[in-house]
Design a protein around this ligand. Sequence first.
Ligand code: ADP
Length: 536
Amino acid sequence: MRGRMMEGPLLISNLIEHAGRVHGDQQIVTRTVEGPIVHSTWGEVLRRSKQLAQAMTEAGIGRGDRVATLGWNTQRHLEAYFGVSGMGAVCHTLNPRLHATQLIYIMNHAEDRVLLVDITFVPLVEAVADKLRTVERYVVMTDAAHMPDTSLPSAVSYEEFIGGHSGNYSWPTLDESAASALCYTSGTTGNPKGALYSHRSTVLHAMGVAMPDVFNLSRATSVLPIVPQFHACAWGLPYATAATGSKLVMPGPRLDHEGLTELLQDEAVHFCAGVPSVFLGLVQHWRETGNAPSSLEMVLLGGAAPPQSLIAALEGEFDIEFRHGWGMTETSPLGSVNTLLPSHRSWPVDERSAFQTKQGRPPFGIELRIVDQDGAVLPHDGHAFGELQVRGPWVVDGYFRSDAEELSPDGWFPTGDVATIDADAYVQITDRIKDLIKSGGEWISSIDVENTAMGHADIAMAAVIGVPDEKWGERPILIAVPTPDTEPTSERILEYLSHSLAKWQLPDAVIFVDALPMGATGKVQKTKLREEYAGG
Ligand code: ADP
């Protein structure tokens, strides 16, 4: 028997239409690429997204066509999310930190027809434009007054592009399974692969992450995504905040500590999300200046494992609730979040922050399990470890323009991460499969050793890799960046580690470097470290 309820597709245009109508006066603040901080509203974003949809239609862009963006977190980029997807085209976010050859590969593979580009990245695009086979139109996300001199063919400023249109536009009623956005994984191995999101997956993810035990968003929340819009759609925050009518504060190109701190303070930001490496610097800056933003209530870190010392600093020193998220481009991205149970709250900070290094529990919609090498499901006892697999309506079932079978025979997506799951359903990632270290038949968790090392005040960042060893197969070595103005020695660091790690888990060597190689999404590039150090 069918239920007697209305049917209607879940569409991205519903999100912006809701934000504009119900939360029309709620603020959208941007530190613009041109410099000044500009205040706007969800109502304005709705009107201008419609103008963009009209301009795209006039430019001949239709359903399923790919429109690429190369930009910072800004209001115009936000309008692209809603205008492009809303009209039925696919918003393809490009990562400007990629190597030029990868950018060319990705844009040709996606067959992007239009590129919306920030002034900052115009030179980057000019250098590769003759190799972009499908781009017909370049729209520079600025106004006529700030339009740079450019060799890009038929380039137009965004304001001129949308300017002649009324904004009097009705969104089409699309199939909710239609593609809405495209995001390539950084492709640390092989060519980048495209995760192709749908309207349905995006709306469900937005509703999922807005919930209290996930991002805890509401009309009363002021949100600053440090995570870029080109990194898994800023973890869904643009869509989720449209659903909840939150205030959205966009940092634009200024991701330096002063710039971020100023914006967090002036815009009374409550919730902020980003990768751990950015926060390591921010927390240090707050300590040095004594100027931590007073409004900040919650920080969500994900994309890589945050060290326990950082968690303890946020919670213990700055009294900011810490939440730890895990996910992948392929999971939209949110797969789990560590929100404490009420009973954990009374634990001392040390114990609590150790627990918070776990990647947490799946929100409603996501299922997680671990399997052994033969695909047999392992128990959730906090000890057994195996590959983490994920299933749910915002998880990919394959990649854009690829026929390769990606799922397990029973329909789960293998993440390439190794994890344990405890009896309370908290996941702990111990490594990526390709980063695992096996020494004398025993596994060593590089994340665990890194975390322990970063507990030492003299270590700012740490990475552990396995190097070939005749006797043991592989042995770990630690590559560390000292905290400014300190001079740690290998002996002292190893002695410190020996308090928490077993003898066979201790690194064979500690190498001090000025900086670790970082990838396009703010993670340490262990492949680079292995190339450099694993030869012995
Ligand atoms: P890539 O950087 O490969 O393009 P993603 O940004 O999608 O792709 O990264 C996903 C991977 O990042 C996960 O599979 C996992 O290895 C790692 N990761 C994400 N969040 C965490 C976390 N909280 N702790 C440890 N690793 C994480």
